[in-house]
Design a protein around this ligand. Structure first.
Ligand SMILES: *[C@@H]1O[C@H](CO)[C@@H](O)[C@H](O)[C@H]1NC(C)=O
Ligand SMILES: *[C@@H]1O[C@H](CO)[C@@H](O)[C@H](O)[C@H]1NC(C)=O
Ligand SMILES: *[C@@H]1O[C@H](CO)[C@@H](O)[C@H](O)[C@H]1NC(C)=O
Length: 242
């Protein structure tokens, strides 16, 4: 994930589960970050959580091992999880305890996916933005024009036709339902998030296990499946240079 933040207003940042993201602090006073505090909040939390105080990661933070304060006082989050979505507020406190300048909030939204497979039923692939307000809810933090879509292997938008159904409950939540057939082996479907000049996507590929597939694998218990499909999900992210 790259940093699309500009100094001043609330900034909105988008990333994807598993990625590393950098949240910039736009109001730094002390270059050694000793004045920098990072607080985190999202809907459902009773109060904000202080993740960084005096430029140091709080040791009692549940995600201390995934957080880092960079030399410019920006906050780096690695191996991003859906639940990392929310509002991160950078604040500057002077040595006499008074706050300097205004809060510099960064809204982080995380592209997330979910799939379900049951015998004799279509496969469901859900792709959604986890935001400040929760899964699939386009909230305050989603200030830019966002769109989610499903693409086939030739990058054509998938609509409702034959075996595919696309249902969209909001701009931040889209589900593809596919009735799988043998020819879908190794077929790829892509969920793509478009935000201004940036695209983030998640790929899904179905594979029918070959003869090398071990009957001792835990899946062998589920004999209700005629064919067991393995769902793999790979992640791609790229930027369109203006
Ligand atoms: C703290 O220090 C700053 C700058 O040195 C000053 O402007 C501010 O009034 C001080 N605040 C208090 C509460 O003393
Ligand atoms: C993707 O969708 C387009 C438009 O519906 C279709 O013409 C094309 O054959 C599809 N590509 C694949 C690989 O299914
Ligand atoms: C596709 O079909 C589903 C179920 O019939 C419907 O809810 C959905 O709105 C349709 N999607 C589009 C893009 O027309």
């Amino acid at each position: 994930g790259s940093d699309g933040c500009v100094s001043g207003d609330t900034c909105s940042l988008y990333t994807r589960v598993g990625d590393t993201v950098s949240l910039s602090c736009t109001n730094v006073v002390n270059q050694d970050c000793s004045s920098t505090t990072w607080n985190y909040h999202r809907t459902g939390l009773r109060s904000a959580i202080e993740e960084v105080g005096h430029g140091k990661i709080k040791t009692n933070s549940r995600r201390a091992d995934r957080l880092k304060v960079a030399s410019d006082c920006s906050l780096h989050i690695s191996a991003v999880r859906a639940e990392d979505a929310g509002k991160y507020i950078c604040q500057q406190f002077l040595s006499n305890g008074s706050q300097h300048g205004v809060d510099a909030p960064v809204h982080l939204s995380v592209l997330t996916s979910d799939s379900s497979m049951y015998p004799d039923r279509p496969v469901t692939l859900r792709c959604f933005l986890y935001t400040y307000d929760g899964p699939g809810i386009c909230s305050d933090g989603v200030t830019e024009q966002v769109s989610l879509l499903w693409l086939n292997e030739t990058s054509n938008k998938l609509e409702n036709y034959s075996r595919h159904q696309v249902t969209q409950t909001s701009d931040c939540d889209i589900t593809l339902t596919v009735t799988l057939q043998k020819e879908d082996n190794n077929r790829k479907w892509t969920c793509q998030l478009n935000i201004n000049e940036k695209e983030i996507s998640i790929d899904f590929t179905f594979m029918v296990p070959g003869p090398a597939w071990s009957p001792t694998s835990p899946h062998s218990e589920s004999n209700v499946f005629n064919v067991i499909y393995i769902l793999s999900c790979t992640l791609f992210e790229w930027f369109i240079i203006n």
